[in-house]
Ligand binder design. Structure first.
Ligand code: FMN
Length: 244
């Protein structure tokens, strides 16, 4: 196709980096690329916090429980959905913050932050860096809030580790197109995952590390059989969102 499409379709999360540091020049390009993402109504409702301090990295790694590579990653960013600076602007003009506190604005800020992150991920991969999103930081949102001194109307969504790959996993096959793409209306046939399940079973049995015998369906059933992070809603309320 072209190099860009090849890059996108060759993505794998990288959790093992060599010792090379990422230069300031590269870091600037990464952040500028993140900023170039589309942003709902041009609100630019996010902040990207680079974590340089080793103890902070270790603290965040501990919170994730299963993503210890964060402690050693050359570059770590935390993506924060952020309506705090908008609140300051509104307060200065004596305008109610109700328009910032509702679900719609909260989702806007989360989508904005996520689009920026994905732009950064692609930019990084185009420079032969490897990346891994780390949602595991949401295991203890209050602790992350304390560590990063997050004010109201901000939500830490995930971290991203970045570095030059020391090793890479095999590419994880995505669902067949016919399970993903519908025309005009939703088609319940999208949910027949039997072919994909066998493909994923084979992937897990044959990949170059942590081989296992499971299917995509089974993994999802296991994952969603537990109510995860039930404290998230309360955290959002504490941060000043109304969830309405
Ligand atoms: C928002 C988000 C959060 C994630 N959190 C973690 C995480 O905490 N730890 C981890 O090792 N991988 C994490 N991942 C990576 C996914 O596990 C990975 O993207 C998925 O298994 C597909 O594999 P691939 O990226 O290699 O194709 C996260 C990905 C996303 C998009």
């Amino acid at each position: 196709m072209n190099e860009m499409i090849e890059l996108l379709q060759n993505h794998v999360s990288v959790r093992d980096y060599d010792d090379r540091i990422v230069s300031d020049e590269v870091k600037n390009e990464l952040v500028k690329s993140a900023q170039s993402a589309s942003t709902s109504n041009f609100v630019q409702a996010y902040t990207i916090i680079e974590i340089k301090d080793k103890q902070m990295k270790a603290g965040l790694a501990e919170i994730t429980q299963f993503s210890g590579h964060l402690a050693k990653a050359p570059l770590v960013y935390v993506f924060v959905a952020d309506l705090y600076r908008h609140a300051i602007q509104l307060k200065k003009k004596d305008v109610s913050l109700d328009g910032l506190r509702n679900m719609e604005s909260m989702v806007v800020s989360m989508v904005d932050a996520t689009l920026a992150a994905q732009n950064m991920a692609i930019a990084a991969e185009s420079l032969d860096l490897g990346i891994c999103y780390i949602g595991g930081i949401r295991n203890d949102l209050t602790r992350v809030k304390e560590l990063l001194h997050l004010p109201e109307l901000t939500v830490p969504l995930f971290a991203m580790t970045i570095g030059y790959p020391a090793s890479k996993n095999d590419i994880k096959p995505r669902m067949p197109l016919e399970n993903v793409i519908a025309t005009d209306t939703y088609q319940t046939s999208l949910t027949d995952l039997s072919t994909y399940d066998e493909q994923i079973r084979s992937y897990y049995q044959n990949r170059n590390n942590q081989q296992t015998d499971t299917t995509w369906t089974q993994k999802n059933v296991d994952f969603f059989s537990i109510v995860r992070r039930p404290e998230f809603a309360q955290f959002l309320l504490d941060q000043g969102f109304t969830l309405k």
